[in-house]
Design a protein around this ligand. Structure first.
Ligand SMILES: Cc1ncc(COP(=O)(O)O)c(C=O)c1O
Length: 409
């Protein structure tokens, strides 16, 4: 008998291209026992459309920082929803949210809002081009900055000119970066980077000592913007922005995941000296003034500050990663958790075709653990140490099962 997930997917294929698109499409290498559709979620768990309960380590791909359906945030959203969502004009909550970000993020003098990370990574590079009157943008090879044609990972619908002014350098190689500035003197508008490197299908890489210092010095010297894409890591490394965790200062920074705890919102903040240029780059969207998402973001930021959420998720993540690596080691399973502990990426030694990680995640899924084989995982502040202990126990059973298949371990 077909599961509800499969039945819904069959319906979806008739009316939605591919049924499910993007990185959760079934073709994206997810183990076959993963559900296609969710029904509801609360705290650190969700229920799929077949009634199975999962302990979740993806947090809506990072959008959920305080746990699903956080009571305080939902209350703030409800109060605003009763007054209205999208009006002709922005509402006061937009100003309040900008004031909070300017107060919270040390280098920020202004803030603008949109719905998705991509809206504002693309806008940010336009601000850099407007101010510098230069055309080239440098990014790190393999870095994801969104769905727009200058940076999306797909090939569909792309024309060669989309990437004509986009240059790439190898992460953690500041000399490579400098060589691009030499090759294109006075032509580079901005360097856009994530706070650490988290390419899909590969282990995450933290910046090496001196990396950010050198990148900042090069951008300063060359009068190019340093844009921090903090869409994924924002709120999970430092409550004041991930640049504080790695000790550098960008010109602009973009946030989205985690900002509204599941309500669609993104923000770009910037230095005072870029305020005029930013006002020249047109920015709007049908529902971008959505006051409910802004009220949710205000509530989410207040919780982050009050409860020191970035530190909490880092410490829960460290406990989780240490325990998982330790049970793996005992079972001779060469698993390493890479990247920061609040958003770790699992790497298995010798797993060049990624079959082992897929099999591990498939066996964990059987135990009700939602671990993604090719994307970094996310810890939320709703995860408790008990829930982590429980998850480690389940993961250990999965590793045990895996060990029996001697060809895989
Ligand atoms: C680092 C980074 N930048 C930009 C984006 C794009 O954000 P969105 O999917 O909200 O457009 C993402 C999304 O995963 C991301 O991880």
């Amino acid at each position: 008998m077909k599961s509800n997930s499969e039945l819904i997917f069959q319906r979806a294929k008739k009316v939605i291209p591919g049924g499910i698109y993007g990185h959760v499409a079934p073709a994206a290498g997810l183990p076959d026992c993963f559900p296609h559709y969710c029904k509801k979620a609360s705290g650190y768990t969700f229920e799929d459309v077949d009634g199975k309960e999962w302990i979740d380590f993806m947090c809506g791909f990072g959008a959920i920082l305080h746990g699903y359906s956080n009571v305080e945030i939902e209350r703030a959203a409800t109060i605003q929803r009763e007054m209205g969502t999208v009006f002709n004009q922005p509402s006061e909550v937009m100003v309040e949210l900008a004031e909070i970000l300017v107060q919270k993020i040390d280098f920020a003098d202004w803030a603008v809002f949109a719905k998705n990370g991509s809206d504002l990574t693309t806008w940010a590079i336009r601000v850099a081009r407007e101010k510098t009157k230069r055309k080239y943008i440098i990014k790190a090879k393999g870095a994801y900055h969104g769905v727009d044609s200058w940076c999306d990972p797909g090939l569909g619908g792309r024309i060669p000119s989309d990437r004509q002014e986009i240059l790439e350098f190898n992460w953690n190689d500041p000399d490579h970066l400098s060589s691009l500035f030499k090759k294109f003197p006075n032509q580079i508008a901005a360097v856009i980077l994530t706070p650490y490197h988290h390419p899909s299908f590969q282990r995450s890489e933290l910046p090496i000592a001196g990396f950010w210092e050198k990148v900042s010095a090069t951008c300063n010297k060359e009068e190019a913007f340093l844009i921090l894409d903090d869409v994924r890591a924002g709120g999970r490394l430092h409550d004041g922005g991930s640049h504080r965790f790695f000790n550098f200062t960008p010109d602009l920074a973009v946030y989205s995941k985690g900002l509204g705890n599941g309500y669609a919102i993104s923000a770009c903040v910037g230095k005072a000296e870029h305020k005029l240029a930013s006002a020249e780059v047109f920015l709007t969207g049908s529902c971008w003034n959505d006051a409910v998402a802004m009220a949710a973001a205000i509530s989410s930021l207040k919780i982050s500050e009050r409860e020191g959420v970035a530190k909490q998720v880092l410490s829960k993540g460290k406990y989780f990663c240490d325990q998982l690596e330790s049970v793996a080691k005992k079972q001779n399973f060469p698993l390493t958790m890479t990247g920061p502990s609040s958003m770790p990426y699992p790497f298995i030694e010798g797993d060049s075709n990624l079959f082992k990680i897929q099999e591990f995640c498939r066996l964990c899924a059987k135990e009700g653990l939602y671990f993604h084989p090719h994307h970094n995982w996310f810890i939320s502040n709703a995860h408790t140490f008990e829930s982590i202990d429980n998850s480690i126990l389940k993961a250990s059973l999965a590793i045990d099962n895996l060990s029996r298949k001697s060809n895989l371990v």
